[in-house]
Design a protein around this ligand. Sequence first.
Ligand code: NAP
Length: 496
Amino acid sequence: MNTQGISTLSTDASRNVLESLHTGLHLNGQWSESASGERFEIVNPATEEVITTVANGNAADARRAIEAAGAAQAQWAKSAPRFRSEILRRAYELIMARQDQLALLMTTEMGKPLAEARGEVAYAAEFFRWFSEEAVRIGGNQTTTGDGANRILVSKEPVGPCVLITPWNFPLAMGTRKIGPAIAAGCTMVLKPASLTPLSSLALVDILIEAGLPDGVLNVVTTKDPGAVVGAWLGSGIARKLSFTGSTAVGVNLLEQAAQHVMRTSMELGGNAPLIVFGDADLEVAVDGAVAAKMRNMGEACTAANRIFVHSSLAEEFSDKLAQRLGALVVGDGAADGTDVGPLVEPKALDKVESLVADAVAKGARVLCGGNRPEGAGYFYAPTVLAGVSPDAQMMHQEIFGPVAAVVSFETEDEVVALANDTPWGLAGYLFTQDLDRAFRVGEALQVGMVGLNTGIVSNPAAPFGGVKASGLGREGGTTGIEEFLETKYMSMPRR
Ligand code: NAP
């Protein structure tokens, strides 16, 4: 394993980015402290240094936020689609103009290498560009009843104030994927970013204000007490929609709360993605795909290849090539030049990965590379390939969320499809084959919302992102993304 270290905070660039950042709550167009006056610390996972503090919002702050969103809703719903579209377009341009600063901020709070952070900033901005184009194309239609007696006029309306909750692993893109369609549809919002990584969202607020977003449309509460803040929103009777990205366990709890007010919900939850390499696959393409699907975001992605099934005829060669590729990656502070793999987000994540690897090894897995954490500061784990992982290993049944590739060999197509579907989750799946019929057959048989055919990347703002089974409800992005923020209204009118 290659390692390198550098303190991001010692660089002038990261100090400048932090100095210009608001770190309070954003309520009804104003930055303010929490009613409690409390703040909490944000830590750089590469150095374990505290980089700044942010306001620790409570239930009273949450009520102010949702009341502001409620008060702004009627006026915002009446705003011209072109007005909302142009705010999003300007925000897209501002994000891209500040791509490097936003990437450095993201790397500092979350750990991903700068090149990946720049990629996420562009991906995040693209949701605003996409939804700026959708804002002016919200449709409706008119038909006639079967007996010809009535007109059926169908129109779309904003669903109303939305509760948006985002995870730490994609600090900017998970926000823009929700804020973009909400603005386009004419919904006001309250947003709670993850407590580990709120800084990117706070930077985004300033960009949206600069782009012309009216007061009260987007209200942001950072907190260390998510239950109190989100509970106040979901129980308020003001919020009409919940859009959540995070773990299935928290998602289920929030669905129960949202049910009390029969709210619309979009839930982007956890995954346990299978990646299948058939015997007829192009080996180089399959290894490239596995590296992409496994190592994006240090393996901390809901779409990460969690179980890699390789036909027995290729398993050894594939595993060796994968180990060569992962073993050569440079691990270090994401802000340093040449880093391929940053730290995990927090010590708990590191402990979990270590324990999953120990469990797999105890159950017979062979370590082809990695399998350890480097000495020194930072929550780093070495890129790891495990061969011969037992079906009983814990990592086959839960998200690894780290740079660990678990390889299992199989014999038949039926066997591997059954193995792939033997999980409560169903977000993404990947398959590598040169047989077109097999690609369609297996792609259709996989119980997932998204399939990568001979590719390890499925995310794109123009595509409907989402899962089935315990991976969630609804889709984000694509032409369906805005529908999640719209209600359908039908008016009946006699033909006289
Ligand atoms: P998490 O623990 O479920 O947290 C997600 C968000 O929910 C955070 O903002 C968190 O706040 C908040 N939260 C936690 N407990 C809560 C409660 N009791 N009430 C209200 N809100 C609460 O998930 P995570 O660890 O941040 O993110 C990783 C998970 O997200 C993985 O399972 C991953 O697969 C999933 N994910 C899914 C997608 C997708 O599109 N399907 C995309 C990315 C990630 P705090 O930060 O304060 O805890």
